[in-house]
Design a protein around this ligand. Structure first.
Ligand code: FEO
Ligand code: CA
Ligand code: CA
Length: 617
């Protein structure tokens, strides 16, 4: 039986149930509210000096790309007239145009197809999709939506096969008002059914895909096919916070097991072929508010208060007044062995607890793993994890606890272009009893508070981060920050009321990603360069379609080129006035800082991915 009756008549959703509605729009709102109480007016005067110096240099040289003026030598001759020429830019596709409509657009000569949609079968035997009769059992076998990560693991493992692989895709959150008929909200069993299906629809999917006759399709009956959800997937906790007293609940007195993952945003694929799911806005799934409780400060820092979803009304563990430690068990990176569908996903607490966006991995020159991850909220931070042990590419199993041992660092962006990585280690620099950190588990559970004590730089919402394995550079997407004022701008976050975002480029000495020092530069300041009042910074040759707003996720293609997709959310009219999409961005030579538009999504959609097969297609 369906959990609710079909009724296409217009009904009014009861006021108390509006918590179900319009999460997508309110997501922007919740990201608008900083929970970092420690936004100091750090660099004010120094920054003003640096900006003035750079602006003066820019005027003298008469070029638009401020990023060129950082710590690398200027090109001898700036042949800007060549920089956006398809023949010389390194990008040969024909650019498409900005616009606002209800379909997608791709550069001429390329095709865009739908591979899999919400409700399509993931697991063999999944029932046919019927949105009017959706059930938990069906959703647990079907594809979810609001996909905010795409990873590819070529098959067989270890190959560079560009025509067969596993697609690993996150299902970030649900929009109940679009997902269910309004009649579903009428009864209490109906509302509980909505919550349960929402939980089943959070998480991710592993889908085997193959290209035949130039067309990608899903492989039916795949032994790898898997749905991972907030409803039904048992997970193990590992690392410094596993078994910690603050992780124990009535369902899990040992603090080592948890059901589910939720709000999974951009993630990553490890060099040993596992899928990293990043838990982002976990706070909004919990109801209740703690007063006078030891976790009160912690939950206030992460915005765990009052919910956004009704899950806690029907599932005790999502009500912090009834299960006060449950919210400590979310906000982690989850490692899934996509090649072993029977494996138990593991929440890796050595990577810190925050609103993770991205888990980009690179094998460092010394053989260790370096993993970059952003904390996507206004005035939060950029992190990297450096493993203690070396990656073993010959033996997958040898890496099974690699993410449990290592050091988590947070970035400080100094006004002079220096980059400092500060370690989050218990007992060091105030991360001790005097500040309520009794062990490394405490430091990881409250990574944000630890980071603020270290004096890291509060950023304009760090989203995707990607190291370029060919050049050694690292690209950081800072999407926007409406909350920044003139009083707390700094050189890396240089605009007040920042609606448009910016892209940073990081360089470490000898391309050593484990280094604790380096340099940073602005690659570009997003937004329309034709509006001087917003102070966007692009290569002067960027075309009328080559600029974008709100860089979100990014990828480096096999030729080492940077691709950036955007997510303006409901603020698109103010940020750019045009739909989101995918741009190629030059990072080298005279064209550095030039964008070129490749793909555009329907207005209101978020462009996610991107992801390349090993042949760059
Ligand atoms: Fe899921 Fe920060 O976007
Ligand atoms: Ca994002
Ligand atoms: Ca995204």
């Amino acid at each position: 039986m369906p959990p609710f009756a079909v009724n296409k008549q217009k009904t009014t959703i009861p006021e108390e149930e509006t918590r179900h509605a319009s999460f997508a729009e309110r997501l922007d709102a919740l990201e608008d509210i900083p929970t970092n109480p420690d936004i100091r007016e750090t660099f004010g005067d120094i920054v003003e000096r640096r900006l003035s110096r750079r602006a003066a240099l820019r005027r003298i040289l008469g070029i638009g790309a401020l990023g060129m003026l950082g710590n690398t030598p200027l090109p001898a001759a700036i042949r800007a007239s060549d920089s956006n020429n398809p023949a010389t830019s390194g990008f040969r596709f024909e650019e498409i145009q900005h616009g606002v409509d209800r379909t997608h657009h791709v550069s001429p000569g390329y095709s865009a197809d739908i591979l899999i949609r919400w409700g399509d079968p993931v697991v063999d035997g999944a029932p046919e999709f019927d949105p009017y009769r959706q059930s938990v059992a069906a959703q647990l076998q079907q594809f979810g939506y609001n996909n905010d990560f795409i990873g590819n693991i070529p098959l067989p493992y270890g190959s560079k096969n560009a025509e067969h692989g596993l697609l690993c895709i996150n299902h970030e959150y649900t929009d109940a008002e679009m997902m269910f008929p309004e009649s579903a909200y009428r009864t209490k069993p109906g509302r509980k059914a909505i919550v349960d299906i929402e939980m089943a629809c959070n998480g991710g999917s592993v889908v085997e895909i193959r290209k035949t006759d130039g067309q990608w399709h899903q492989v039916g009956g795949s032994r790898y096919a898997r749905r991972i959800s907030a409803y039904h997937s048992p997970m193990r906790l590992s690392g410094p916070a596993a078994g910690h007293r603050r992780m124990k609940t009535s369902a899990d007195p040992e603090g080592r097991r948890v059901i589910g993952t939720l709000n999974n945003c951009a993630g990553g694929i490890t060099p040993w072929g596992t899928y990293l799911m990043a838990e982002e806005n976990f706070n909004k799934y919990f109801l209740g508010r703690l007063t006078g409780h030891p976790e009160q400060r912690n939950y206030s820092r992460y915005g765990v208060a009052g919910g956004g979803f009704a899950w806690g009304r029907y599932h005790q563990r999502f009500d912090i007044n009834r299960e006060p430690n449950e919210a400590n068990r979310f906000g982690w990176i989850v490692e899934v062995d996509a090649l072993d569908p029977a494996s138990t996903p593991v929440k890796r607490t050595a990577l810190g607890r925050f609103k993770h966006e991205g888990a980009a991995c690179i094998v460092n020159r010394d053989g260790r793993l370096v993993l970059y991850s952003g904390d996507d909220q206004q005035f939060e931070f950029l992190y990297k994890f450096v493993s203690r042990d070396e990656v073993n590419l010959d033996d997958r199993a040898a890496n099974s606890d690699l993410l449990d041992h290592g050091t988590l660092y947070v970035a400080r962006f100094a006004d002079d272009g220096q980059l400092h990585w500060l370690p989050l280690v218990h007992g060091q620099v105030g991360l001790d009893e005097s500040n309520g950190f009794h062990d490394q588990g405490d430091v990881m559970i409250e990574a944000r508070r630890a980071t603020s004590l270290l004096g890291a730089t509060p950023m304009d919402r760090p989203e995707g981060v990607e190291p370029n394995p060919l050049s050694g550079k690292v690209y950081v997407m800072l999407t926007n920050n409406h909350g920044r004022s003139r009083n707390n701008i700094d050189a890396a976050n240089p605009r007040a009321d920042n609606q448009w975002g910016q892209v940073l480029e990081l360089t470490h000495p000898d391309d050593d990603h484990a280094a604790t020092n380096g340099h940073w530069e602005l690659l570009l300041k997003a937004g329309d360069p034709a509006q001087p009042e917003i102070a966007a910074e692009w290569n002067a040759q960027t075309s009328a379609n080559g600029w974008f707003a709100c860089p979100d996720n990014c990828a480096i293609d096999p030729d080492g080129r940077l691709w950036i997709c955007t997510d303006q959310g409901s603020n698109w009219k103010r940020a750019s006035g045009t739909a989101d999409g995918l741009w190629a961005v030059q990072t080298d030579g005279p064209g550095r800082g030039t964008g070129r538009m490749f793909f555009r999504v329907p207005v209101g959609a978020e462009m996610t991915g991107p992801c390349f097969t090993p042949d760059g297609k």
